[in-house]
Every structure is written in structure tokens, then in C-alpha cells.
Design a protein around this ligand. Structure first.
Ligand code: CP
Length: 307
């Protein structure tokens, strides 16, 4: 059976933990090595990987590309405008054809339905490189970062400050799998989809939604924020105004633990969802998480291809 990596909720917790533990091993092996040197075990040797991006990307694109090279594989990276992708050829046919050329596809798309359709017709594994509804690679990298700094995330309180967006959705799914409580702190109008919240609550998730910073930040072990305007959204001054009171700043961080960690998937809009003082401060592990995208995704690629 083909193994895809599409959504955290579809993957068994033991397998998620195996991926994280392998990511740590792969990371240790890279210490003091030039970034272009090959890993000792070239786990993707003789594999060719397609990276298809419908939206801009810095971290996802570079970290997957470098990860494949370190593992001894080859990449072909294209934007959707360079190939027939939903225009001039349907997604199913593109998936069928690309599967004949490459061993693995990393796909970033505007529409989660496109990801699922591609995976349905692909005869090789597909990894979700972000959709409008989820960003599982980011959330696994965040969990690895938290656990490197503070130990197991199980039983901890994670506060999401901001928009109920794709990254937030993957956190909701991870809360159920990894057993942490999840507090959404954002405007009522921009809460995550009630259907997903209910589904995760029915699966045992400890989820609460608040607009009170004292409730959100008190006893929080991990605070996470993200842009107020996602990539598919036009400028929206009203939306930005609505979010002002949900900014992650020093005043709110003073409510939290002294050892609370702050994460942001980046790119950050400094002075909006997060202040310079917080993102550049001692609580911030934002750039460690960005690095961990590389190690986690290498472990994910090995999981879909070799396990
Ligand atoms: N966090 C993240 O996915 O970054 P990019 O959009 O730069 O890939």
C-alpha cells in the first residue's frame, strides 16, 4: 500500500513518534557537516522527488530540496504555472503521469481537495507541503522543537494566538494525537471550522476557545502564532484591525510561564502578530523550528518511501 503524508489525523501516533525520533537521529548526524554533504546512510539514493508549488515558499521548498540532496536523491522543482496542473490537464492525469517518472511528490496547493485528488491517482507517495486547510510538516517540526527544549508535549498547554488557519488546523489534529491541550485565542469570527473542532473534541481532544488573554496565556507551555492574512487572502485592513488585541507581545508573555516557548511558522509580520521583542527574545525558538523543518521532512520522506 502507498503511504502518503497528508494530514496528522490520519497517521497513527506511534508512527508520528517514530518520525520525530528518526528526525532527531538525522539531525544529530548533521552536526558540523557542510549542508551539501551526503548523509552516511543515503536513504533516498536513486530516488527522484518532484516538488510542485502552487504558492510561494522559502522554508518548505529549500528544506525539502536540501533534505533530498543530503539523503542522496535528486529533485525536480516546479511552480504550477510551469506544468499542466488542473489547467489543460486534469489533476488525476497529471498524478498518473508524474508517478511514472518520479518516486515521491511534495505538493503545495491552494486547495486541499487538489492534494487529496492528486494522492488518490498517484502511484507514488505524496507529502503535503501546505494547503489552505493544513500544514502537517510545520506542526511536526514545531513539536520536535518543543520536545528538544522541554521534553514531552503530552499533557502540556499549547496556546494558538491569531487566525484559525491551516497551521492551526494541524495543531488541533496534533493535540488529539500527542495528548496536549489546545487553547485557541483569537476573534470569534476567525475561529477554526466548528466541524473540525467538534471532530477533534469527539476524538478526545482537550480544546478550548477564548478571547481572554489571561485564560489563554496563563500556564501556557507553548505559544504559537502566525500571520493574520494567509497567502490566498487579499489585503484586508478590517481583518488586521480585528486581530490587534491578539498580538503576541511582552505584556501577554508576562502572563505565561517564564519558560514558555514561542513559535511562529514564518514568514513573520513583525509588529503585527508578533513583536520584535518576543520573536527575538529568549522564549523564541522560531528559527530552531525553521531548521527542524529540514530534519523532520527528511524523516517523513524516509517514512513514506522506506518503512
Ligand atoms: N512556514 C512555511 O511553510 O514557510 P514557507 O511558506 O516559506 O515554505
Amino acid at each position: 500500500m502507498i503511504k502518503h503524508f497528508l494530514d496528522i489525523k490520519d497517521i497513527n501516533i506511534d508512527e508520528l513518534k517514530t518520525i520525530l525520533s528518526h528526525a532527531s537521529e538525522l539531525k544529530s548526524e548533521r552536526i558540523n557537516k557542510p549542508k551539501g554533504s551526503k548523509d552516511v546512510n543515503q536513504l533516498l539514493k536513486n530516488f527522484v522527488v518532484a516538488l510542485i508549488f502552487e504558492k510561494p515558499s522559502t522554508r518548505t521548498r529549500f528544506s525539502f530540496d536540501v533534505g533530498v540532496r543530503q539523503m542522496g536523491g535528486e529533485t525536480i522543482s516546479v511552480s504550477q504555472s510551469e506544468i499542466h496542473f488542473g489547467k489543460n490537464e486534469n489533476i488525476a492525469d497529471t498524478a498518473r503521469v508524474l508517478s511514472r517518472y518520479v518516486d515521491l511528490v511534495i505538493l503545495r496547493t491552494f486547495d486541499q481537495k487538489v492534494l487529496f485528488e492528486f494522492a488518490e491517482y498517484s502511484s507514488v507517495p505524496v507529502i503535503n507541503g501546505l494547503t489552505n486547510q493544513s500544514h502537517p510538516c510545520q506542526v511536526l517540526a514545531d513539536i520536535l522543537t518543543y520536545e528538544e527544549c522541554r521534553g514531552s508535549i503530552e499533557g502540556k498547554k499549547v496556546t494558538w494566538a491569531g487566525d484559525g488557519n491551516n497551521v492551526c488546523n494541524s495543531y488541533l489534529q496534533a493535540a488529539v494525537k500527542f495528548g496536549f491541550s489546545f487553547c485557541f485565542f483569537g476573534p470569534e469570527k476567525y475561529r477554526p471550522e466548528p466541524k473540525l473542532v467538534t471532530e477533534m473534541e469527539n476524538s478526545g481532544g482537550d480544546i478550548f476557545l477564548t478571547t481572554d488573554p489571561n485564560v489563554a496565556f496563563r500556564q501556557a507551555h507553548l505559544v504559537v502564532t502566525d500571520t493574520w492574512l494567509s497567502m490566498h487572502e487579499a489585503d484586508n485592513t478590517d481583518k488586521i484591525k480585528t486581530f490587534q488585541m491578539f498580538q503576541v507581545n511582552s505584556e501577554k508573555m508576562n502572563i505565561a510561564h517564564r519558560d514558555t516557548i514561542v513559535l511562529h511558522c514564518l514568514p513573520a509580520h513583525r509588529g503585527y502578530e508578533i513583536t520584535d521583542a518576543v520573536i527575538d527574545g529568549n522564549s523564541s525558538k522560531v528559527f530552531d523550528a525553521a531548521e527542524n523543518r529540514l530534519h523532520v521532512q527528511k524523516a517523513i520522506m524516509n517514512w513514506v518511501l522506506n518503512s
